[in-house]
Design a protein around this ligand. Structure first.
Ligand code: EPS
Length: 376
């Protein structure tokens, strides 16, 4: 299974092509639109989300809500394109009016300008923008529907925002109610403090990041590889998470904390009863030796604060190399809820890739039969 995305933030549309889906997978378009709308939600989002009402249009690969086995392509139309047509149209436009040269620290602007031989950072930021992730959420929801046929579910929540941390542990079912909360947090007190922090930052023209925890429930053991490093499950899931805009760190299970523990404290002891192997703890986060071990997969990711600050950081003007204040027009203060939905989606897609690599299957019945035949 493979995903290609295309599209600029203020261009006509975001496009996705998924190759390698089996036939006879039922597609729930309402669910895709539900996740697209969740990606736009959350406390701290900016003006752009008042313009967009993302919804998916499937172009190919599906007939009467069922996949054909051919590439599934889709589009998410940018409503803001109507305001940007005269500056963005591929057919011809004014490329000077929206020129951006006061490059933003932390954004792709400066390095992209140099690498791609441009003089206008607009030609960089339009694609580097996190707007692209709408396509990954649509594709990730299709992957979620594929995995659900095997009894695999993905969830998550926000465990921290700009220094306000929720240190509690939650079970999978608890995490399912995160989307009812304004910051997708499960601890009301911490969330209240986080909202106050976002308000303060907004007042000061500043931004916030946070921490997200993603869970995968119901995956049988043996997905991934201990034989080929490029197929290690932890490597592919972490790579998917790190590929999301603004993610600067990711860990599996106890992750960085395990470095501070002894071996006897850091590992999950193994038991056997009633014909089954089991562990009483899950410090490994469901992955040992690069393979799923049948336990819940637990990933944690750190999102940096958004690099477009209304107050602007010190930088240079690329057209003169003189000191300047970084450009801004509008910005999200905190997009942690968007990132949470995006991470669930990219994890779903990476997992579906791993599952289909092992199971193959041209149609959904073959996939389900092969998965059912596995021990677990
Ligand atoms: C982004 C800048 C903002 C964000 C955008 C990511 O867009 P605009 O420049 O239009 O205000 O809102 O994210 C989205 C549009 C989205 O849908 O997530 C950036 O520069 O990365």
């Amino acid at each position: 299974m493979k995903l290609t995305t295309a599209g600029e933030s203020h261009g006509k549309a975001l496009i996705g092509i998924i190759e390698g889906l089996p036939s006879n997978l039922k597609i729930d378009i309402d669910e895709i639109n539900k996740y697209l709308s969740l990606r736009q939600s959350g406390y701290g989002r900016g003006g752009r989300q008042k313009i967009e009402r993302d919804s998916v249009e499937i172009i190919s690969g599906v007939r009467n809500l069922v996949t054909l086995g051919s590439p599934l392509s889709f589009a998410i139309i940018n409503k803001d394109y109507d305001n940007w047509r005269e500056y963005m149209a591929p057919e011809g436009c004014d490329v000077n009016a929206k020129k951006l040269t006061k490059v933003r620290p932390g954004h792709a602007d400066l390095t992209g300008l140099i690498k791609y031989g441009q003089t206008d950072a607009r030609n960089i930021l339009e694609r580097a923008s996190a707007r692209e992730t709408a396509a990954r959420v649509a594709a990730g929801t299709v992957a979620r529907q594929y995995l659900r046929n095997l009894g695999v579910e993905i969830s998550g929540y926000v465990s921290g925002v700009c220094g306000e941390r929720d240190e509690n542990e939650y079970n999978f079912e608890d995490t399912l109610r995160s989307k009812e909360q304004p910051l997708f947090m499960l601890n009301a007190e911490v969330q209240k403090r986080a909202i106050r922090k976002i308000d303060e930052l907004k007042e000061n023209g500043d931004t916030a990041g946070g921490v997200i925890e993603i869970r995968v429930k119901g995956l049988k053991s043996g997905f991934g590889s201990c034989m080929r490093y490029c197929e290690k499950l932890d490597a592919s899931l972490c790579s998917a998470v790190m590929s999301v805009q603004a993610i600067k760190g990711v860990e599996v299970g106890y992750g960085f904390m395990s470095a501070y523990l002894s071996g006897s404290e850091a590992h999950d002891e193994i038991f056997f009863d009633d014909g089954k192997y089991f562990r009483k703890t899950n410090k490994a986060g469901g992955i040992e030796g690069g393979m799923s071990n049948g336990g819940e997969i637990v990933l944690r990711a750190a999102m940096k604060p958004i690099p477009t600050l209304m107050k602007g950081l010190n930088t240079i003007d690329y057209s003169t190399n003189l000191p300047a204040v970084a450009s801004n027009e509008r910005s999200d203060v905190c997009a942690i809820c968007a990132a949470e939905i995006i991470l669930e989606s990219v994890v779903a897609f990476a997992l579906a890739e791993t599952v289909s690599l092992r199971l193959g299957g041209d149609n959904m019945r073959e996939v389900i039969e092969r998965y059912s035949a596995l021990k677990g």
